[in-house]
Design a protein around this ligand. Structure first.
Ligand SMILES: O=c1ccn([C@H]2C[C@H](O)[C@@H](CO)O2)c(=O)[nH]1
Ligand SMILES: [Zn+2]
Length: 294
């Protein structure tokens, strides 16, 4: 088991500990649970889905990288496929606060990048901040997304975001997690291709500046992240954050990154290059390249 889970694991109910121990055994556990695993955990514990998600939250919060605040937020995004995706907040020392990933964004980006088509619910250990409520309002689940918080009755995003501003106000009909393909041809090595594939899936209706980042690790693993824009612009999740989030959720640390690749258009109105390089340098990665889409 990855050491970050040890303390949270030891506080789980005994039946849940026994049932989930084999899943956590791999130090690079993917931080997601298939529908089959969820159903086995339910039979082992007798918990319904909502109660099981609450019981698992300490494990999601253990995925947080809150090196500045030491305030660990955990979220579990529950996909319509039945797969559950953990998320934890990420803070990057040496970068800016704007680079932070909230736990809700972490879980949602995780689900999206793993191919989930829509979310049914999200369970979080703290009340979602305004930025996260706005981020969630970009999703194709709309205001119907169920939000479960400890000690509260289940609500929907509509309850937490009354009088909402969103994609519709800007005449945008393609939503976050809708299938998208910007169609840029693949080129180059595996890392470059992964970055282009990530860019092709990016949600970028506002700037029309697709981008993706792929990170190669010392053991050869590649994690890639797609850019996820937001109608209110600031809650946007940059492509590097998507990739770093997957890397961290899989139990890797930043020094494992050997090479980074950003894919974007040279003539795009918004450019990721400088922010991507700045954040990666703060994490100790100097080997950064860019492939131009087109
Ligand atoms: O809804 C919220 C509110 C805050 N945080 C994180 C962001 C930052 O890392 C830390 C302190 O705000 O908690 C979340 O992940 N989700
Ligand atoms: Zn938030």
């Amino acid at each position: 088991m990855h050491p970050r889970f040890q303390s949270a694991f030891s506080q789980l109910p005994a039946d849940l500990q026994t049932a989930i121990a084999p899943v956590l055994a791999d130090a690079h556990f993917s931080a997601m649970l298939s529908a089959g695993q969820v159903s086995s955990l339910r039979s082992a514990t007798g918990l319904d889905e909502d109660a099981l998600a609450f019981a698992l939250l300490p494990l999601a919060a253990a995925c947080a990288r809150a090196d500045l605040s030491h305030f660990n937020v955990g979220a579990i995004a529950r996909g319509v496929s039945g797969t559950w995706y953990f998320g934890g907040n990420m803070e990057f020392l040496g970068a800016t606060m704007q680079q932070t990933v909230h736990a809700e964004q972490s879980a949602i980006s995780h689900a999206w990048l793993r191919g989930e088509k829509a979310l049914a619910a999200i369970t979080v250990n703290y009340t979602p901040c305004g930025h996260c409520r706005q981020f969630m309002n970009e999703l194709n689940s709309g205001l119907a997304l169920r939000i479960n918080l400890p000690g509260r009755a289940p609500h929907t995003l509509k309850d937490y975001l009354p009088d909402a501003f969103g994609p519709k106000d800007l005449d945008i009909k393609t939503l976050l997690m809708d299938e998208q393909d910007h169609g840029y041809p693949l080129q180059g090595d595996a890392l470059t291709q992964a970055a282009i594939k990530a860019a092709n899936r990016s949600h970028t209706p506002y700037s029309k500046s697709p981008s993706g980042v792929a990170l190669e690790l010392a053991d050869g693993t590649i994690f890639s992240g797609s850019y996820a824009e937001n109608a209110a612009f600031n809650p946007t999740l940059p492509p590097l954050q998507g990739a770093l989030n997957l890397l961290s959720l899989h139990g890797y640390d930043y020094p494992a990154i050997t090479r980074a690749m950003l894919a974007e258009r040279a003539d795009a109105p918004l450019i990721q290059w400088d922010a991507t390089v700045a954040t990666l340098k703060a994490l100790g990665c100097q080997n950064i390249d860019r492939v131009l889409l087109g």
